[in-house]
Design a protein around this ligand. Structure first.
Ligand code: FAD
Length: 429
């Protein structure tokens, strides 16, 4: 998502390292803000009215307004938006420790998984969760630091809800298809929500997932197999390790001139509410940036949803600065939203769905669980809904979004709020 188009008469440089851009397609809005979509690989040529250069930016002179590239180009700019993404943190720089990031890394993974009998996956976010679900005919050792799976997105109850699906095998008729392009392997854009395009198969009869909770990797070595020692004292041998332990923003661009760019403690380029960095006329969006603001029900998470929202908003911010018009912050930053799927279930997360940043004793939780069907949790503070975790086809996303955005006092409706026999929307008509 490194393309920004400001106004028709302005040529925009896309500083990409490969001729492929990720394009968002099939956007489906579940609520006013929460959207699901596909991300597809397209050739840069498909983008109209845009001049593009395939090169790597290595330095910026923020005073002279010049970008320097690896191929010795010098490009003058008026406004610049950095969308250089992030790189996965790797446990070890060895070919048997794989970090999934872009098309090439997934293709490499797919090329070796077919002969594997056992893999070890480290990490507890979306990629690890997705991988555990999509891998079949293999034994998986899933190493997590937390007390329950998928802690980035789920609470302990939701993790329990999914526990029955850990060993579920996928049908083998879903063929993996991927857009291929020729050229040097580069650190291309991160993958989209549908990054694996289907099930993947190892070389074992059946699937078995073993979860090692509250532990970390102590040592990795290799002889015939890869040998992993965990901090809980256990030792496993496997074919290879998948490292899915988060990302580091690609913010290490050299800044020439007499000043540096402000970097946040997580390594991201700091941006204010107008997506501006500390350097004049330089903006940043997506995984590379760290916002130094938040709103009551929104927080940053390095996701496609936010990369897309920030990209569109940053373009608007650049345009408004260019034309000197008054800017209002985009509505999408009023509410955190994420639409995804785990273990085949639709998952919609809204607002402070895990009571993020709240004192737990000030919160009340309303939960409805129907095993194998749905898991619904509303987070309330002072009688008002501030977050929701909706798993399954709950049909409650619009109601929850409205309750969070409008901050209606639901103290007197608590008993009815999750009663499947009561249509709560009627109260607000
Ligand atoms: C395996 C995987 C699965 C994921 N699944 C999901 C998911 O299901 N849902 C979800 O919401 N998010 C998911 N994410 C996260 C999501 O992909 C990222 O949040 C999103 O891609 C960030 O977009 P971006 O434009 O900021 O960065 P990127 O998509 O990483 O794009 C950065 C671009 O900048 C280019 N670049 C980098 N440095 C330079 C340089 N110096 N000069 C020129 N160009 C440069 C790169 O080549 C790349 O094209 C996943 C990520 C991974 C790795």
């Amino acid at each position: 998502m490194s393309q920004k188009q400001l106004i028709d008469s302005t040529y925009v440089v896309i500083g990409g390292e490969s001729p492929i851009v990720k394009v968002v397609t099939d956007v489906k809005f579940y609520t006013k803000i929460a959207a699901g979509f596909k991300v597809e690989d397209r050739n840069l040529q498909c983008i109209e009215n845009t001049e593009y250069i395939i090169d790597k930016i290595i330095a910026i002179n923020s005073i002279e307004h010049i970008i320097y590239t690896a191929n010795h180009r010098e490009i003058k700019y008026k406004k610049l938006c950095l969308c250089t993404g992030a790189t996965p943190k790797l446990l070890d720089d060895k070919d048997y420790v794989i970090g999934l990031r872009d098309t090439h890394s997934v293709e490499y993974f797919q090329s070796i998984v077919g002969s594997a009998k056992r893999v070890l996956i480290v990490g507890n976010g979306g990629i690890a969760t997705d991988l555990v679900y999509k891998l079949n005919a293999i034994e998986i050792i899933w190493v997590i630091r937390d007390e329950h799976i998928s802690s980035h997105f789920l609470d302990a109850g939701a993790a329990e809800f999914f526990s029955n699906y850990l060993n579920t095998q996928q049908p083998s008729d879903r063929v993996i298809k991927r857009f291929r392009y020729s050229g040097e392997p580069t650190s291309g854009a991160a993958l989209g929500p549908d990054w694996h395009c289907g099930a993947m198969f190892g070389n074992l009869d059946g699937k078995n997932v073993i979860i090692e909770y509250k532990t970390e990797i102590k040592n990795i070595s290799k002889s015939d197999l890869v040998r992993i020692e965990l901090t809980n004292g256990k030792v496993y041998e496997c074919d290879f390790v998948v490292s899915a332990t988060g990302v580091t923003p690609n913010s290490n661009l050299e800044i020439r001139g007499d000043t540096s760019i402000d970097i946040a403690s997580d390594g991201g380029i700091k941006v204010d509410w107008k997506m501006e960095t500390s350097l004049s006329d330089i903006f940043a969006a997506g995984d590379v940036c760290t916002v130094d603001w938040t709103s009551e029900h929104w927080f940053q998470m390095r996701l496609w949803t936010q990369a897309r929202q920030m990209g569109m908003y940053a373009a608007k911010c650049m345009y408004f600065k260019h034309t000197n018009e008054t800017l209002l912050q985009d509505f999408c930053f009023e509410l955190f939203t994420h639409v995804t799927s785990f273990f085949g279930f639709k998952v919609i997360l809204l607002g402070l769905y895990n009571a993020q940043g709240l004192d737990k004793k000030d919160c009340e939780l309303l939960v409805r669980v129907t095993n194998g069907q749905e898991y619904i949790k509303l987070v309330l503070k002072n009688g008002r809904v501030v977050g929701a975790m909706l798993i399954g086809d709950t049909d409650l996303e619009e109601m929850c979004e409205n309750l969070i955005l409008n901050q209606i006092d639901v103290t007197n409706l608590m008993d009815d709020l999750l009663d499947p026999n009561i249509d709560i929307e009627d109260y607000f008509d």
